[in-house]
Design a protein around this ligand. Structure first.
Ligand code: GDP
Ligand code: MG
Length: 705
């Protein structure tokens, strides 16, 4: 349907609901139906009228008066609304209830009451009273509509109703709010069919007096017994000529009256701020429903309480709406964080969602009861932060992981080259990773929270340190291994030479080689382990491995590394000794030694035994001399006691664990046990005996020739 098909409501005509409903601004809503139920449609209707976001920028007006006194006609003229007007030809009853329209081109909610005239028909005074009470309690301006001839009829017409309404109103809503403003209402008397013979001033005096009388006759709650009519109401008056008998004047006076609702600059502008109920437009429906409930149940609640209830309800609703938008925004980031991703710009996003949500809440909720608004805001902040904090914490964990990984990689990259300074590599990697962590952690921080990244930062630093320590240990271990290998190579030949030259100072020579080589190995270690600032410390190593690392080792590490080195060096020496003193090779040594003395003379010339030769004593001498070698070799014992070696006991197992077991140093000094020595001696004797027999035979042979 195009705009052309919309029929505009006319000011005086009866406007069928159906047609008018096509244009939202001229839609009507029956807020209370004939079953006395409050509609659920008011909030959506306010939205369709475009008033939902009006805040306090709206007004409410209602009308009070007998049936068929032209109330609907008046409202339609004043506000351009389309309330039902009784059809003169049919005089039919319209639907009972309270209707609301939006004033045309005005932020005004206009309420019209339809109903039977209870006094005349003797029925349903209840509805009449309740709707009057509701109109009075919820509107800023209540138009009291009456015929001129009703003025002064104190007992008649609706004065009795007004009394009841005032009374109940005082009981239900009479207590003032803290600022004492919310219950002030303007009663605008509109006198209809004013003929003019009695001036308005006179009618006004009569009506004011009547109102005073009504007020004085009210039964008031004890705590409100001194309250005056003027504490709650302002009175204002207006008269309109006869609609039919003075049509032109009627129309022009109505236009004049309309100005009092439209022109804010006028002194007699009716919608004064003092009358405003200070309920934001988006809370009006809930507020009115609450009032209707109270009117229905006559529950003794007062408006301030009502306003707090409203605030609680609305602030909750507003917070929930803001929160659901917030959750929509936050949700997509949850998974990446949970799966270990560092989300770039997370902090900025979180701050944006948070401040956006609070801004939305503030915009709509700040108009409500301040205490409630602030309390609910604090609740909302808590919920927001408890949603955001896991993201923050997750982000930190992921940053931690990422940067620890980065640190490890930087270490291994830094140690790839042929020459690097370990301490420098660690320092640079550490600085870079810490900086990256801190920058991102700082970014993820949200103001006004008690969040902190200190703990995670501390953990990261600790872990980087232990990674670096482990790495240094590994490197140190490699270095110790390398030095050990060199050591072995270096002692191999000289030790072999010395062990093949049995002499009293044989062990002195061996241990001197050992001591000197170990000293060199130790200084090679210390050169690198202790000098982070002296790169290019060449170690006497195979050419393909040149250590130049500065390890910056600790005192303790050096102590254990050196202890390990010494232990390994000693075991290497022992291995060499064992190799040189294996049973067969040692027996060979003895045999050679014996032969050199028995079969050769002092000049090294081979002996040819003659019968007169003293084979026996030569044999004995050579044998005894040789047998002396066994005790010499059986224990590592230098003549010079300063060469005696003792092994420190605190070698680090983590460095030593690969191939060295705990051992008893004293035992390692023993090369041959007692039994072994005896056994070797016996076996040697047998060999020697064989030589002796051979020597004897050779003399027999030479004699026989
Ligand atoms: P309501 O029941 O108070 O809402 O009255 P309506 O607005 O429906 O009007 C009832 C009847 O009174 C209709 O026939 C109107 O044409 C007529 N009417 C409206 N305004 C006036 C007026 O100012 N004077 C007179 N005499 N009749 C009026
Ligand atoms: Mg009417």
């Amino acid at each position: 349907a195009g705009a052309a098909s919309i029929s505009k409501p006319t000011l005086n005509g009866r406007q069928p609901n159906g047609d008018a409903a096509k244009e939202p601004s001229s839609e009507r809503v029956q807020i209370i139906d004939d079953e006395k139920r409050f509609t659920a449609e008011l909030t959506p209707q306010l939205t369709r009228w475009g008033l939902q976001d009006a805040g306090f920028d709206y007004d409410i007006v209602a009308v009070f008066g007998s049936q068929s006194t032209g109330k609907s006609t008046l409202l339609n003229r004043l506000f351009g609304t389309n309330f039902d007007v009784m059809d003169e030809a049919k005089r039919q009853q319209t639907t009972k209830g309270i209707w609301m329209c939006r004033g045309k081109g005005m932020n005004v909610m206009v309420m019209d009451v339809e109903g039977t005239d209870g006094r005349e028909r003797g029925e349903d005074q209840d509805f009449e009273r309740k709707s009057a009470l509701f109109s009075l309690a919820s509107s800023e301006v209540l138009i009291v509509n009456l015929w001129e001839h009703q003025v002064g009829l104190y007992q008649g017409a609706n004065m009795g109703l007004l009394k009841t309404v005032f009374e109940v109103n005082l009981h239900l809503f009479g207590k003032k709010t803290a600022d004492g403003r919310n219950q002030r209402t303007l009663l605008l008397f509109v006198i209809r069919d004013h003929i003019g013979t009695t001036p308005l001033e006179n009618l006004q005096t009569t009506l004011t007096a009547d109102m005073q009388k009504i007020w004085e006759s009210l039964s008031k709650p004890p705590e409100l017994k001194d309250r005056q009519l003027s504490d709650y109401f302002d009175l204002s008056f207006s008269a309109l000529p006869h609609k039919v008998l003075a049509t032109d004047k009627f129309e022009s006076e109505i236009l004049n009256l309309r100005k009092r609702f439209v022109d804010k600059s006028r002194d007699d502008y009716v919608f004064k701020p003092a009358y405003h109920k200070r309920i934001p437009a988006d809370g009006v429906a809930f507020y009115m429903e609450g009032i209707w409930e109270q009117v229905q149940n006559n529950k003794d609640l007062d408006l301030p309480t009502q306003q707090e209830l409203l605030a609680q309800f609305r602030c909750d609703e507003i917070a929930a709406a803001a929160l659901s938008e917030f959750n929509e925004q936050a949700k997509p980031q949850r998974r990446p964080i949970e799966t270990g991703k560092v989300v770039d710009g997370l902090g900025g996003m979180m701050k944006g969602w948070r401040s956006g949500t609070l801004a939305r809440y503030d915009r709509d909720a700040s108009r409500y009861h301040q205490g409630v608004y602030k309390r609910k805001r604090a609740d909302l902040v808590k919920v927001l932060d408890s949603t955001l904090e896991p993201l923050f914490v997750g982000q930190l964990k992921n940053l931690h992981k990422l940067n620890l990984g980065g640190f490890k990689k930087a270490l291994s990259d830094g140690m790839k080259g042929e020459s690097y300074n370990f301490a420098d590599v660690v320092k640079a990697a550490k600085a870079r990773c810490e900086k990256k962590f801190l920058e991102a952690a700082q970014e993820a921080l949200v103001e006004d929270t008690d969040w902190s990244y200190d703990e995670e930062y501390g953990l990261l630093k600790e872990e980087m340190k232990s990674v670096a320590d482990q790495c240094r240990k590994d490197e140190t271990k490699k270095m110790v291994n390398l030095i050990e290998r060199n050591f072995k190579r270096q002692i191999s030949e000289p030790v072999e030479v010395h062990l093949n030259k049995p002499s009293l100072d044989m062990w002195d020579n061996v241990l001197t080689v050992f001591r000197d080589t170990l000293e060199k190995a130790e200084s090679a270690y210390l050169n690198k382990a202790q000098s982070p600032l002296s790169p290019l410390t060449y170690v006497y190593v195979p050419s393909n491995l040149i250590f130049v690392a500065g390890f910056n080792c600790t005192e303790e590490e050096n102590t254990t590394s050196l202890a390990t080195l010494r232990k390994r060096a000693w075991l290497a020496l022992r291995a060499k000794v064992d190799e040189q003193t294996g049973e067969l090779s040692f027996l060979g040594k003895l045999r050679t030694h014996f032969e050199e003395r028995f079969r050769y003379d002092e000049q090294g010339v081979p002996r040819v035994w003659k019968p007169e030769d003293d084979i026996d004593s030569a044999f004995k001498k050579a044998k005894d001399h040789t047998l002396e070698l066994i005790p010499l070799y059986s224990k590592i014992a230098p003549v010079d006691s300063s060469l005696e070696y003792t092994l420190p006991s605190d070698a680090d197992d983590s460095l030593a664990s690969d191939n060295t077991e705990e051992f008893d140093f004293a035992e390692t000094l023993i090369v041959f046990s007692e039994t072994k020595s005896l056994d070797l001696g016996n076996r040697f004797r047998k060999d020697a005996d064989a030589y002796y027999v051979e020597a004897k035979r050779s003399t027999v042979a030479s004699v026989a020739q």
